[in-house]
Every structure is written in C-alpha cells, then in structure tokens.
Write a protein that binds this ligand. Structure first.
Ligand SMILES: [Zn+2]
Length: 61
C-alpha cells in the first residue's frame, strides 16, 4: 500500500513538521491544523493549498 508523507519544509517553511497517511485526503486536514497553529495560516487559499498538495510525496517503504 502506498503511504504518503508531507514535510512542511518541502512547502517552503523552516519547520521540521511532517505527517504521514494513506491518502492525500487523510493528510490534508492535518496540514490545515498544523498551518493554523504553527504558521498562523487561518485562511488557506487555493494557491497555498496547491503548494501543500504538491509537497505531499509518495513514501517508498
Ligand atoms: Zn510547519
């Protein structure tokens, strides 16, 4: 099964946060919460969300 990983640093932040999941759908809500609390991003616009989505990578096991 493919696992996905998001590293905040891949989205351009100087931040060591990372989160894994089985799908983008599983990870994205966690990115939203992290962005809110760690980066004060209360409103994530489409451009920003695209950057986050593009930063999600498949994880080779
Ligand atoms: Zn972060």
């Amino acid at each position: 099964m493919t696992r996905y990983i998001f590293r905040c640093a891949d989205a351009g932040y100087q931040c060591s946060y990372e989160v894994e999941g089985n799908s983008h759908e599983e990870i994205i809500p966690k990115i939203r919460i992290h962005a809110r609390y760690a980066h004060n991003l209360f409103e994530i616009n489409d451009d920003q969300m695209k950057k986050f989505q593009e930063a999600i990578k498949e994880k080779k096991s």
